[in-house]
Design a protein around this ligand. Structure first.
Ligand SMILES: [Cu+2]
Length: 149
């Protein structure tokens, strides 16, 4: 009898424990594998509750959410230049991220949290031309992976 209670408690404990939250590092670089002014990697997939730590690879960059490219109601965030910030993402959806001074040079990345669809609101958000090109390339990779599943 005592053994059965213990087993029940253990099973309940495991079920109630969420998967361990992870922190993924993204570096802010003047030059990376995909050209100049880049976040590396430029696309990450997270579980709700996971975090991204934005690391200073080179100086003069920051990480900030892009208005209109986050889940509805998300308040947004903005790191200072050269600030290494760690951001926890709780709400499922896509999050467009920019470096404020290099947004026009295409310094952007995309984060997917949980289960989310690439909506037209995300795909067609208004961003500078070079950011548009990089986002379209990221969207194409996501679509390719999805089509192969
Ligand atoms: Cu930058």
């Amino acid at each position: 009898m005592r053994a059965r209670i213990a087993a029940t408690l253990i099973a309940f404990g495991l079920a109630a424990t969420p998967a361990l939250a992870e922190t993924i590092e993204v570096r802010m670089l003047n030059r990376g594998e995909n050209g100049s002014m880049v976040f590396e990697p430029d696309y990450v997939e997270l579980k709700p509750g996971d975090s991204v730590k934005f690391r200073v690879g080179h100086k003069s960059h920051n990480a900030a959410s892009i208005d209109g490219m986050t889940p509805a109601g998300y308040p947004g965030f903005k790191g200072q230049i050269n600030e290494e910030i760690e951001v926890t993402f709780e709400t499922s959806g896509f999050y467009g991220i920019k470096c404020s001074p290099h947004f026009a040079m295409g310094m952007v990345m995309l984060i997917k949290v949980g289960e989310a669809e690439l909506t037209d609101a995300i795909r067609k958000a208004e961003v500078p031309g070079r950011a548009r090109g990089r986002f379209d390339a990221i969207f194409a990779r996501i679509d390719q992976v999805k089509a192969a599943q």
